[in-house]
Design a protein. Structure first.
Length: 509
């Protein structure tokens, strides 16, 4: 059949293939429309050609006014020859434009152009849906032929694919830009939330923590964070990370106590494929944190074997995956946290002393909530405001009685427990003011403090000395959080001397 076609038609088929290749390499919609119009004009030997795209929402056709122009022409899709082609799906070939009832001369009036003859075909996508019209104006010699109709219809099919591809790429780029903007916004929020200002507290103990975080913000030293469970050790770690030069690199957190010993090593260092049946290669937390910060919570629960491997990574800046033989370089800042007394663990042989000094370049201690009761009202109001913002609830507040009861509660779970209680109160309260009716039974009502007991009168000088020693030892242990080494220094004793006196007076840590 190909040999029966005239040479002119074969040339036009070759032109369609060439134009399609050009169209498929274009990624900008405006440039693509210009390209299609220019190529159609050259092949059809006409004055002008335009692609009109259908805006279904507004029932309009739109196109550029002229090649290279940024001006957009819009008109009702129900009018004009292009509009008829787009709404009916017909091919329309008009030899005398101004005598045709469908011709829309307002465009000529606007542009100053004089249309003689018109050829318009619908533009359909791959689903057969009409997405616009392709129009050619003013054949240079005579009128548009049936071959011209076939050529324009074929070119319209190829143009539809190119247009949809460009629109899809444009939409993907817009979404990519939106995601990039959202990520940047979220990063700014995270950096703000976990900056030193994210550590809530106005008293001296909390402000001491804030100042220490600020002082090490430009340093890359390892930090040991101690404190009871729920005091906000991970929050402090995030504040350190997000105020440091590593803020835009990963922050990776791992709770060492939450994993069984058999999985901990592969979780920390990763595992090579084929170590066991069905095992795939997996990256460990050290590699995930490369360039950033690794936060190991409850580091005191690590086995001595895991401690030794962590020490090697910190010393040599390289690691091996489980079952691997290759050394993998890693650049990680380590932040460690524990609620244990690591010096006691060292004395028991449960923690490596060399690792202890490697991770404790800077030490931050977070006080239990019972020691910073002056912060409870500030913290409770902060958590309440945060909860209302996250759940989009109207602003709420505590009654004075509720704040008083919160301030005297024991809070064994520390700040975490307080936050959970605030969330519970906000969730169950039926009004904007949270009252005592909403309170948890475990939060005691305020009561008058008992009068201090009068010290018993010693029977002898020896008894008085023993009583004073016992009280001084108890105070020293409480002031150093039961750290015997530090308490001994405070008392001017050796550690063994302190232990002997504790045994004599039956004082337990």
């Amino acid at each position: 059949m190909g040999s029966s076609q005239p040479p002119e038609w074969n040339e036009k088929l070759a032109a369609i293939l060439t134009i399609s290749q050009k169209m498929n390499s274009e990624r900008d919609l405006g440039a693509l429309l210009d390209l299609i119009a220019r190529e159609a004009t050259n092949v059809l030997l006409c004055d002008r050609a335009s692609i009109f795209l259908l805006d279904r929402e507004h029932h309009q056709l739109w196109s550029k006014v002229a090649l290279g122009s940024n001006e957009i022409l819009r008109f009702d899709a129900a009018v004009g020859i292009a509009g008829r082609a787009a709404t009916t799906g017909e091919t329309i070939n008009v030899k005398d434009a101004y005598s045709h009832p469908q011709f829309y001369n307002a465009i000529d009036d606007r542009t100053g152009y004089r249309t003689r003859n018109v050829l318009a075909v619908p533009v359909r996508n791959q689903k057969g849906e009409i997405i616009g019209a392709f129009e050619a104006l003013n054949k240079r010699v005579g009128a548009f032929s049936q071959r011209d109709e076939e050529f324009l219809d074929s070119l319209a099919s190829h143009a539809a694919i190119a247009i949809e591809n460009v629109q899809l790429i444009g939409e993907l780029r817009r979404r990519e830009d939106e995601l990039a903007q959202q990520n940047a916004h979220l990063l700014r929020e995270v950096e703000s939330k976990y900056s030193t200002h994210g550590i809530i507290g106005a008293g001296p103990k909390i402000q001491q923590v804030v100042r220490l975080v600020e002082r090490i913000r430009d340093s890359l030293v390892n930090v040991l964070i101690t404190g009871e469970s729920g005091t906000g050790k991970e929050l402090a770690a995030k504040a350190i990370h997000y105020t440091s030069s590593r803020a835009r690199r990963p922050f990776v957190a791992l709770n060492c106590a939450a994993l069984p010993e058999t999985l901990l090593e592969s979780e920390l260092f990763g595992i090579e494929k084929g170590v066991a049946t069905g095992v795939e290669s997996r990256m460990g937390q050290f590699q995930k944190a490369d360039g950033g910060t690794l936060f190991l919570d409850e580091i005191g629960d690590l086995s001595l074997i895991a401690q030794a491997k962590i020490l090697r990574v910190l010393q040599e800046r390289v690691m091996e995956r489980v079952g691997g033989r290759n050394l993998i370089p890693v650049d990680v800042r380590l932040l460690a946290a524990t609620n244990k007394d690591l010096e006691t663990e060292i004395a028991k042989g449960a923690f490596r002393e060399d690792l202890y000094y490697r991770i404790k370049v800077v030490h931050i201690h977070l006080p239990p909530l019972r020691d910073i009761r002056e912060e409870i009202g500030l913290l409770a109001n902060h958590f309440l405001k945060e909860y209302c913002a996250e759940t989009r609830l109207p602003a709420m507040e505590f009654s004075a009685e509720v704040l008083r009861r919160l301030a005297v509660a024991p809070w064994p779970g520390n700040i975490r427990q307080l936050r959970n209680e605030v969330m519970r109160l906000a969730a169950i309260s039926r009004q904007s003011l949270i009252t005592e009716e909403d309170m948890w039974d475990g939060v005691p009502a305020p009561r008058a403090a008992p009068a201090p007991a009068k010290p018993s009168k010693p029977e002898s000088l020896k008894s008085a000395v023993e009583q004073m020693e016992r009280q001084m030892i108890a105070d020293a242990l409480e002031g150093t959080r039961n750290n015997q080494q530090q308490a001994a220094k405070v008392l001017g004793l050796s550690r063994q001397g302190l232990i002997n006196k504790m045994k004599r007076y039956a004082i337990s840590a």
